[in-house]
Design a protein around this ligand. Structure first.
Ligand SMILES: *Cc1c(COP(=O)(O)O)cnc(C)c1O
Ligand SMILES: [Zn+2]
Length: 416
């Protein structure tokens, strides 16, 4: 690729408040000092339009960084990468047949380096933090974020502190501690952890991936929708089913789809319907949706879908508005439906997802059985984490027969 040294100054304009529109220089902050609205990265799309083509993307690396022109990293900054993104988009023939959907696809983001979609956001956040001189990385996590941050901090050679609820799944703790971060296990919920981190951050020159450098972090989510469109042959799907924790990625998918349309990278003109999935045991956004309001009241989480158990989701109100605006819905499933959906996906497609994926597939199945679709729509479900992260949820699945090492025993007990 030719080097374009002064491009970034023009490509990334700064930060813009989502509420009042005030603009700020690029810096490690996420809240508008005037109105307390969230800050987003602002780009000069005129510059990007002159530069970006399908061909340029396709000649990029086989990772999410083929979309670097739409990510907030300077052109001369080194990327901290473990090969994240460009995960498989698989056509789900057997699951589709079971649900009466002839064009169902699964974006299998459990295939990322630390087995969840969080590698996308963390690769951007840590690349940005290192390029801007930060030496210590932190995060407030429900599990998967800590896992990704610990791995990418190791890769980047940065100090790392991850804060998570004390009762985070053992599998996620093992996969995090191997990278030797400092693990701060907090006696409380994720929302307590998040509040604590916001206080800790005040006195320390640290980059907290999902707090002060959240505007940059969030942008990484867009690549999931960019890749989906590319893998569908440069078309947006009719509807996407997305799990909701803080709502961060849901909001970015709206923006990603808009960018693809505005830049003329996809055929067609319509945004996909964006549909949100929550566990009933932690469903503040679903409750607001059902009540017909975008005021989201906090809840205390109680669900096996711990990676998406955020009781006070910062982007919740925006999720409700975007679901309504695009023609999507927000739906929720019970604990039993989560486990059934994990099994259904495994049985029909050979994909083992964690409880958050069970929420997504559970909502997909619920809506399909209720007759939401006629069957010809192109529907994509985002499968965001691997089943080994929450192995306990399905520990006793499948048929198991124990036998002596003899043909007779086999004939008697197995192939009867
Ligand atoms: C973090 C996470 C999400 C969604 O996160 P948002 O905070 O809503 O962006 C979804 N699935 C998994 C597995 C996650 O770890
Ligand atoms: Zn503002």
């Amino acid at each position: 690729m030719p080097s374009e040294p002064h491009l970034h100054a023009r490509r990334v304009l700064g930060l813009r408040c989502r509420e009042c529109g005030a603009e700020y220089e690029v810096q490690a902050t996420h809240v508008c000092p005037r109105c307390f609205g969230p800050l987003d990265v602002a780009y000069d799309y005129g510059v990007i339009r002159r530069l970006l083509t399908r061909q340029r993307i396709q000649s990029g690396p086989p990772s999410m960084w083929r979309y670097r022109d739409l990510l907030p990293l300077e052109e001369d900054a080194a990327v901290v990468s473990l090969g994240e993104g460009f995960t498989p988009l698989v056509k789900a023939e057997r699951l589709g047949a079971e649900l009466g959907l002839r064009n169902l696809y699964l974006k299998n983001d459990s295939m990322n380096p630390t087995n969840s979609f969080k590698d996308r956001v963390v690769s951007v956040a840590i690349s940005w933090a290192r390029a801007h001189g930060f030496e210590t990385i932190g995060c407030a996590s429900t599990g998967n974020l800590a896992n990704a941050v610990a791995a990418y901090a190791a890769r980047a050679g940065l100090e790392c502190y991850v804060f998570l609820p004390r009762d985070t799944e053992a599998e996620k703790l093992v996969a995090t501690s191997v990278f030797e971060p400092t693990i701060v296990a907090v006696r409380g919920t994720y929302d307590d952890v998040n509040r604590l981190c916001s206080q800790v951050m005040e006195d320390l020159p640290w980059a907290f991936c999902n707090i002060n450098i959240r505007p940059f972090y969030a942008e990484g989510s867009k690549t999931l929708t960019f890749e989906t469109a590319e893998q569908l042959g440069w078309r947006l799907p009719d509807e996407i089913v997305i799990p909701i924790a803080s709502g961060c990625q849901f909001v970015r998918h709206r923006r990603a789809a808009q960018e693809l349309l505005d830049l003329g990278l996809v055929d067609g003109q319509d945004l996909p319907r964006l549909t949100g999935a929550q566990a009933l045991g932690c469903a503040p956004v679903y409750r607001a949706w059902e009540a017909g309001t975008d005021r989201v009241s906090p809840v205390v989480p109680d669900t096996i879908a711990r990676s998406i158990a955020i009781g006070n989701p910062s982007d919740g109100p925006y999720v409700v508005r975007i679901a309504r605006e695009t023609g999507g819905v927000v739906e929720a499933v019970t604990e039993e439906e989560i486990v059934e959906a994990i099994r259904l996906l495994a049985r029909t497609e050979g994909i083992f997802t964690e409880t958050a994926g069970g929420v997504t597939i559970g909502v997909l199945a619920k809506l399909a059985r209720r007759g939401r679709w006629n069957g010809d729509e192109v529907i994509v479900a985002y499968v965001t984490g691997h089943g080994l992260k929450t192995a306990d949820a399905v520990a006793d699945a499948g048929r198991r027969v124990e036998i002596e090492p003899s043909l007779r025993a086999f004939r008697e007990k197995v192939a009867v």
